[in-house]
Design a protein around this ligand. Structure first.
Ligand code: AMP
Length: 676
């Protein structure tokens, strides 16, 4: 990369991190996960180290937190409240110790004593005591200047307002972490992403009466300015803190040698999900204050301490139970209910176990201690079991041989392609006879790519089922609206909206209709193929009457498995009844022939933002009907980015960077010779 390109990339990253910081520190809203944030921070630091010419006042190596909010009075910290450098591996830790020994001019064998303290994932606060009275409490702010949040801090029971010990310094600011316990967070979890956000949001309320309602806790671990303190190391300081009336962390330990630090790190990580507050690593501080003083500080962090962070995409937890979920095709999916564990800022309490074979292969059991991984948007899953921690009386998990919903036998099918039994076990009842399968089928029927009924989401389908309002897809079009209006959470307007979405959904394209039926092995692509070939729903129904399924075999993408699945679908009496009823109610549009040489031939398109008077699905099929194709990422293969209202800025910026043509809805419709 050329230098100006490097600089451009660097500035883009700085701009991004500044925006993330503002939202995180000022508004208590995380825009990305902690793991993703750490990667961005690492990338910036890496670029700065590699290229001397890169430097910025907002660099994470220079900045701590974010400037104080206007809602609170600003107060300068007498001693700055700094950040900590991070270690992510054993190697980082060894380097940390090496650098310290070099700096102190000591040989390798010199034993350094560390105070190893679990890093509580909360919000730091500085409590100023004068003459044994708590006088002012500050947030970290940007490290130099904090916000005066005294009134809010005074609502926390763990913070003593008066100290009675004789040896308490004349003046001192005690620093520590404000946090919320996981058990208390459970009650607030609809409002906040994780316990730390809950603590941050509550602590920075304008009105301290709002803070008082939240059971915040405080654990003390260091000091800033002090006058008259006669303590020489961290161990004694922590001991004194509890004598003075502060809470300290019972997991703090004094440790010598990096090997022992790693052992302690592994042990604490295993305990992590059983501790009632979030920790995201272990802080190691040189125990001796004299050595701390000699080592001093780098730009925004002490040289004598480091935070050894836990992995941002995996964690250790315990399996409390194994639930069996049933999908719309009858597949039984085991899900592990685990002790909640915070993995990179996301609280995880469920992990998929995929299928019966996976449970057997890994011999996963209730009560096991397991390693759970969560990466990107993938559902958390279990990577391994700690067999050493297994209880002697634990028993192998027996996969149900009967469907937990309808009691039918569960079966493993023989796969014609792999010539093996499927890994997935299924409920043998075909379709609507099984309650769970029926509910899942209806959820699929109303979903976005199918009937796309706004206001009839998954929870509402469950609720309508429980209230006996729906049993089969056609019931959606015969709902008892007066009953719904009298139900909790519904009113005149929301019922009118629902009615409107249901009525408009009756007008549906043939391909969406086929997809909505939820026939196994017929996803959206196959539904499209069938609709283009058969053209009308009448032809589709005639397939079974004339037993003419063979004609579908000519379609590229349709094989024996798909054809058998369609045959079985028609053989089921309930399905026939559903089809007959739906045909009476719906207006299914015949499939339009796609132009082979349409005006958008050889052109690729991507959509972002809301289009006027047209759904995404309609826009996509319009492009395809005119020989264009849709792609889902901004890459060099993209020719046009169509932007509606409120487009995603990142996509537009990327398209601009890559010189991709950006079209408004009007520009695009002009290409099709359609009025905008
Ligand atoms: P960071 O903000 O990631 O650079 O990490 C520094 C922060 O770690 C401090 O501001 C504290 O909020 C937090 N922290 C949690 N526990 C401790 C501890 N025992 N010692 C020092 N800092 C801690």
């Amino acid at each position: 990369m050329k230098n100006d390109e490097v600089k451009k990339d660097y500035l883009r990253k700085i701009k991004k991190i500044t925006k993330l910081n503002e939202s995180y520190y000022d508004k208590s809203i995380p825009l990305i996960s902690d793991g993703e944030y750490d990667i961005l921070k690492k990338e910036i630091i890496f670029l700065e180290k590699k290229h001397d010419f890169l430097d910025h006042k907002d660099s994470p190596l220079k900045k701590v937190g974010f400037k104080p909010s206007k809602n609170f009075k600003k107060v300068d910290h007498k001693v700055p409240m700094l950040s900590l450098s991070n270690a992510f591996s054993e190697e980082d830790l060894i380097n940390f110790e090496k650098k310290i020994l070099n700096y102190l001019n000591q040989k390798k064998g010199f034993n350094i004593e560390y105070s190893a303290e679990p890093k509580i994932d909360g919000i730091s606060a500085s409590l100023i005591y004068k003459n044994k009275k708590f006088v002012t409490g500050l947030s970290r702010g940007d490290g130099q200047t904090g916000e005066d949040i005294t009134a809010n801090l005074k609502t926390i029971k763990d913070i003593p307002l008066n100290i009675f010990a004789n040896d308490f310094p004349e003046e001192i600011d005690i620093r520590g972490e404000v946090f919320i316990q996981n058990s208390d967070f459970k009650k607030l979890k609809d409002k906040f992403a994780n316990p730390r956000n809950a603590a941050s949001g509550s602590l920075r309320q304008k009105n301290s009466n709002d803070t008082k309602k939240i059971p915040l806790k405080f654990i003390a671990y260091t000091f800033g300015f002090e006058k008259g303190m006669k303590i020489t190391n961290q161990k004694d300081f922590l001991k004194k803190l509890s004598q003075w009336g502060f809470k300290t962390n019972h997991l703090n330990k004094i440790i010598v040698g990096t090997k022992n630090l790693i052992e302690n790190y592994n042990q604490v990580e295993k305990k992590r999900s059983a501790i009632d507050f979030d920790i995201d690593g272990i802080v190691y501080k040189i125990n001796d204050f004299q050595l701390q003083k000699r080592l001093g500080f780098v730009a925004n962090a002490p040289r004598w301490a480091i935070a050894h962070k836990f992995s941002a995409n995996s964690g250790i937890s315990k399996i409390l139970d194994i639930d069996i979920q049933i999908g719309r095709t009858g597949a039984l999916t085991p899900v592990a209910k685990i002790n909640s564990v915070n993995i990179g800022g996301v609280v995880v309490s469920n992990a998929t176990l995929h299928n019966e074979d996976e449970i057997n292969r890994k011999d996963i059991r209730i009560g096991d201690i397991v390693k759970v991984e969560r990466a990107g948007d993938v559902i958390p899953h279990i990577i391994s079991v700690d067999l050493k921690k297994r209880n002697k009386n634990s028993q192998k998990f027996l996969f149900p041989t009967k469907c937990p919903s309808c009691g039918s036998k569960t079966i493993k099918e023989f796969n014609l392609i792999t010539k093996k039994k499927d890994a997935v076990r299924r409920c043998s009842s075909e379709g609507f006879e099984c309650e769970r399968v029926a509910i899942e089928k209806i959820k699929h029927f109303v979903s976005k790519e199918a009937f796309n009924i706004d206001g009839l989401g998954k929870k509402i389908v469950e609720n309508f089922w429980n209230k006996n309002l729906i049993r089969l897809p056609q019931d959606i079009f015969n709902l008892d609206y007066s009953k719904i209006e009298s139900m909790d959470g519904w009113g005149k307007q929301s019922v009118a909206n629902l009615k409107y979405s249901i009525e408009t959904s009756k007008n549906i394209s043939f391909e969406r209709f086929i997809y909505a039926l939820g026939i196994r092995h017929i996803g959206f692509e196959n539904a499209k193929l069938i609709s283009r070939s058969l053209r009308s729903s009448e032809n589709f129904l005639n397939l079974s009457k004339s037993n003419n399924f063979g004609e579908l075999l000519n379609l590229d993408g349709m094989g024996e498995t798909q054809i058998n699945s369609i045959k079985n679908f028609f053989l089921n009496k309930t399905n026939q009844k559903v089809l007959d009823e739906l045909m009476k109610i719906l207006l299914i549009k015949n499939s339009v022939e796609t132009k082979k040489n349409g005006p958008l031939k050889n052109k690729t398109f991507m959509l972002t933002g809301k289009l006027m008077g047209m759904s995404r699905a309609e826009a996509k099929s319009l492009i395809e009907q005119n020989s264009g194709s849709i792609i889902s990422n901004v890459t060099k293969n993209l020719n046009y980015l169509i932007t509606g209202d409120k487009p995603t800025k990142r996509k537009v910026d990327m398209a601009k960077d890559m010189n991709i043509k950006i079209l408004s809805q009007g520009d695009w419709l002009k290409m099709l010779n359609k009025p905008s």
